[in-house]
Design a protein around this ligand. Structure first.
Ligand SMILES: NC(=O)c1ccc[n+]([C@@H]2O[C@H](COP(=O)([O-])OP(=O)(O)OC[C@H]3O[C@@H](n4cnc5c(N)ncnc54)[C@H](OP(=O)(O)O)[C@@H]3O)[C@@H](O)[C@H]2O)c1
Length: 270
C-alpha cells in the first residue's frame, strides 16, 4: 500500500470499527499514518489496545435515529474543536444482513437493517458534509456485490446495498470539484462475523471464495488514491459482478435466488 494514500488526511471516522472490515479500516489507516486522529462509532469498543492506536470511541446504536443525531452532533463538535486541521475521511461501514424467507428472521430485524445500512449512512454523511466540504475529504461507503442483483432470501440486505452503491455514485457526481471524493466499496464474501450474525450455522463461507478484511481495505485505499468511484474487491468478485450486471434484472434475480437457496438458505440456523 502506498504510504501517501492518506498523507493529506488528519482524521478518519469509521462506523462499525468494532469488528471485521471496519476494524481493518482502523488498523490499516493507523499503519499508513501513525498520527491520524481516528474516531469509531459502534455499540462495542474496538479491541485495538495492542495496536497503540489513539482511538476516540463514540458508543452508539446506529439503528436508533435519536442516538445517531446525538453522535453526529458529537462528531461535528469534535471536528470543529479537537480534531487537527486537514482532510477528513468518513467510512460508512456499519451494516448487517439476515438470511431467510422475508420477513424472517423478524420484521424488526429487517427494519433495523434498513436503518443501519441506509439511514445511518445518509444521516451521518448529511450532518458531516459541511465539515468535509470545508476541510476537504472523502466518503467511503461500504456496499457489497449483493448490490448488483436482487438477492432472494437476503432481499432487504441486497436492496440496502443497491441503495448504498447508487447513492454513492450519484453523490460523487454532485460533489465533483468540491474537494470531497466519494467511493463505493463492493466486497464479496469476506472472513468476518457477518455470516454468523446473518444467521448461517457455520458462520463462514468457503475460504476459496472469501477474502480477508485487510485485503478489502487495501483495495479500498488503492481505489481512493486513484480517485475511483467504485471498487469491487477481488478478481473473482469483479468477474461475477460484471457478468451479472449484463443480465436483465429478472434473470439475474432468478439465478441469484437459485444460488442463495442452495448455498445460504440451506445453512440458516433454525
Ligand atoms: N463480510 C462480508 O462478506 C461482507 C461482504 C460485503 C459487504 N459487507 C459489508 O461490510 C460491512 C462490515 O461488515 P463486516 O463484514 O465487517 O461484519 P461484522 O464483523 O459483523 O461488523 C459489522 C459492524 O457493524 C456494526 N454495527 C452493526 N449494527 C450496528 C448498530 N446497530 N449500531 C452501530 N454499529 C453497528 C458492528 O458494531 P457493533 O456490533 O459493535 O455495534 C460491527 O462493527 C457491512 O456494511 C457489511 O454489509 C460485508
Amino acid at each position: 500500500m502506498h504510504l501517501g494514500t492518506l498523507e493529506k488526511y488528519s482524521t478518519v471516522i469509521v462506523t462499525g470499527g468494532s469488528s471485521g472490515i471496519g476494524k481493518s479500516f482502523i488498523e490499516r489507516a493507523a499503519n499508513l499514518k501513525a498520527d491520524l486522529c481516528i474516531c469509531n462509532l459502534s455499540r462495542r469498543v474496538p479491541a485495538t489496545k495492542k495496536l497503540r492506536i489513539s482511538l476516540n470511541h463514540f458508543g452508539c446504536d446506529l439503528s436508533r435515529p435519536a442516538d445517531l443525531e446525538r453522535v453526529a452532533g458529537q462528531i461535528d463538535g469534535f471536528l470543529s474543536r479537537e480534531a487537527p486541521p486537514g482532510r477528513v475521511l468518513l467510512v460508512n461501514n456499519s451494516g448487517f444482513g439476515g438470511y431467510g424467507h422475508f420477513p424472517e428472521p423478524g420484521l424488526e430485524h429487517q427494519l433495523e437493517m434498513v436503518d443501519v445500512n441506509v439511514r445511518a449512512m445518509v444521516h451521518l454523511t448529511g450532518r458531516l458534509l459541511p465539515a468535509l466540504r470545508q476541510r476537504g475529504g472523502a466518503v467511503i461507503n461500504v456496499a457489497s456485490t449483493a448490490a448488483f442483483q436482487p438477492t432472494a432470501y437476503l432481499a432487504t440486505y441486497g436492496a440496502t446495498k443497491a441503495f448504498v452503491l447508487h447513492w454513492s455514485l450519484a453523490l460523487r457526481e454532485e460533489l465533483r470539484g468540491t474537494g470531497v471524493q466519494v467511493l463505493a466499496v463492493c466486497p464479496g464474501p469476506t472472513a468476518t462475523d457477518f455470516f454468523r450474525r446473518a444467521g448461517l450455522q457455520s458462520g463462514t463461507v468457503a475460504p476459496s471464495l472469501s477474502m480477508e478484511p485487510d485485503a478489502v481495505v487495501d483495495a479500498a485505499f488503492r481505489a481512493l488514491a486513484a480517485g475511483r468511484g467504485q471498487v469491487v474487491t477481488g478478481w473473482k468478485n469483479r468477474i461475477a459482478a460484471s457478468l451479472v450486471s449484463k443480465l436483465p434484472k429478472p434473470v439475474a434475480a432468478r439465478l441469484a435466488a437459485q444460488v442463495l437457496a442452495r448455498y445460504r438458505l440451506s445453512q440458516v440456523r433454525r
